[in-house]
Design a binder for this molecule. Structure first.
Ligand code: CMP
Length: 140
């Protein structure tokens, strides 16, 4: 089915100057960038985005990392986009990520792991609405 998913290129990958290389992987896999913005998240924005992880031991480190520099946020659209993006990203921990995945190639650690991607279609809808107005996703 045609889906949309939320993708974030995290501060580590933006600082490494690999935004274009990561976009090329999305495009080669048939995912289309239908919305995008670069943003330096406030603490409140990062805490709200990751609210489901609030009770996890890594929550504070995650928020600190996500506000350490600008991120590139995009909506990807394509057939089976949620799963396709997760396959492109690889496992959350780059040490476990398959060869040729974004995290295997660009991530340093489970915290600085280069990218975020929605884990399900329902989550994707919530995450997209968190960062984009409906008028900012194309076609409108
Ligand atoms: P992300 O897909 O952005 O969702 C939550 C993030 O928390 C995750 O990627 C990791 O970067 C980070 N994180 C740190 N430690 C863990 C952990 N033990 N399990 C899951 N996520 C973790």
């Amino acid at each position: 089915a045609l889906e949309r998913t939320l993708s974030i290129i995290k501060p580590d990958a933006v600082a490494k100057n690999v935004v274009g290389e990561i976009y090329a992987r999305f495009e080669k896999a048939g995912l289309k960038v239908v919305a995008a913005k670069m943003k330096h998240l406030s603490r409140k924005e990062a805490e709200g985005f990751y609210a489901v992880h609030r009770e996890r031991p890594f929550f504070n480190a995650l928020v600190e990392f996500m506000i350490s520099g600008p991120v590139m946020i995009q909506v990807l659209q394509g057939d089976n986009a949620v799963l396709k993006n997760r396959e492109l990203m690889g496992a959350t921990n780059p040490k476990e990520a398959a060869q040729g995945t974004i995290r295997a190639d660009f991530a340093e650690s489970i915290d600085a792991n280069a990218v975020h991607g929605s884990d399900a279609a329902e989550t994707a809808a919530v995450e997209i609405a968190y960062f984009f107005a409906t008028t900012e996703v194309f076609p409108r």
